[in-house]
Design a protein around this ligand. Structure first.
Ligand code: MN
Length: 271
């Protein structure tokens, strides 16, 4: 298990739902500037899914994606341990292309960025505490249509069939899925619909299964800190914000250090 806090100087930073892409340069600039500021003190960076608005494979031809890859690689070069898990927008992140694919990227996302891809959910130990980390969409179990779509998009056979296609075709399919063809089952998993809300019983079950009482996730775009009692113990659920540069700007990190948990918002907006 990943352990943070074996040395007192260690600092973990969490964020998610940046939804980066060439369609939104201001949000990419906002995020990359904020990351440069706050990652300076971090020893571990956790990206909890939906880093990108869309991801058709590790050959995604996207200048903003390349800028994030380079920023992560620079952090990794400085010794920061970078971890990422896949969201519902970028579920093909670092997924291997089949041998008979029309074309294949020279290097996978993890190789280019220095990030280690984690399963969703994963367990980490933070300063002696077991913490479950997840994107969050798997906890939205009350939306049966969404969960069916998620299962299709996460099916290895569906993914192989998709990655086998030429890049232009994959980009076209992704655009169609986000556009009019929402009746297709995979469409909602690839984006389009507004994110749902997690079901409390799914959160409780995930924490019990993990033997944890703290979870950090994103996806819902409803940032907050929820406390309740689970089997007689205090439970904690941190929800990360999504990022958007358009006023009123949204975004932020969660920081964990020997002093505890701190939510880091954006600096006050001018005007
Ligand atoms: Mn999401």
């Amino acid at each position: 298990m990943i352990q943070v806090g074996r040395a007192a100087r260690e600092v973990a930073l969490f964020c998610s739902d940046m939804h980066l892409g060439d369609h939104d340069a201001p949000t990419a600039a906002l995020f990359l500037e904020s990351l440069a500021t706050h990652a300076r003190a971090a020893t571990h960076l956790f990206l909890l899914g939906d880093l990108f608005e869309a991801w058709v494979g590790d050959d995604q031809p996207d200048a903003v994606a390349q800028a994030l890859v380079e920023a992560l690689a620079a952090l990794a070069d400085r010794g920061v341990q970078v971890f990422a898990l896949r969201g519902n927008r970028d579920f093909l992140l670092d997924v291997a292309f089949p041998d008979d694919a029309a074309q294949r990227p020279a290097r996978r996302f993890s190789e280019r960025s220095g990030a280690t891809l984690l399963e969703d959910p994963s367990m980490v130990e933070l300063f002696g505490e077991r913490v479950l980390i997840a994107h969050g969409d798997a906890l939205c179990i009350d939306d049966a249509d969404y969960q069916r779509a998620r299962a299709v998009a996460r099916d290895p056979a569906w993914q192989r069939d998709f990655l086998r296609r030429p890049l232009d075709e994959r980009l076209g399919i992704a655009a169609d899925l986000r556009g009019e063809s929402r009746r297709l089952q995979a469409a909602r998993a690839m984006g389009g619909a507004a994110p749902g809300e997690v079901a409390q019983r799914a959160v409780d079950a995930a924490l019990r299964a993990a033997g944890a009482r703290t979870i950090v996730h994103g996806h819902t775009h409803r940032p907050g800190c929820h406390r309740w009692t689970l089997d007689g113990a205090q439970a904690l659920r941190w929800v990360l914000p999504d990022w958007c540069a358009a006023a009123p700007a949204r975004g932020g990190f969660l920081r964990v250090d020997p002093g505890g948990w701190t939510s880091i918002g954006l600096p006050a907006q001018p005007g």
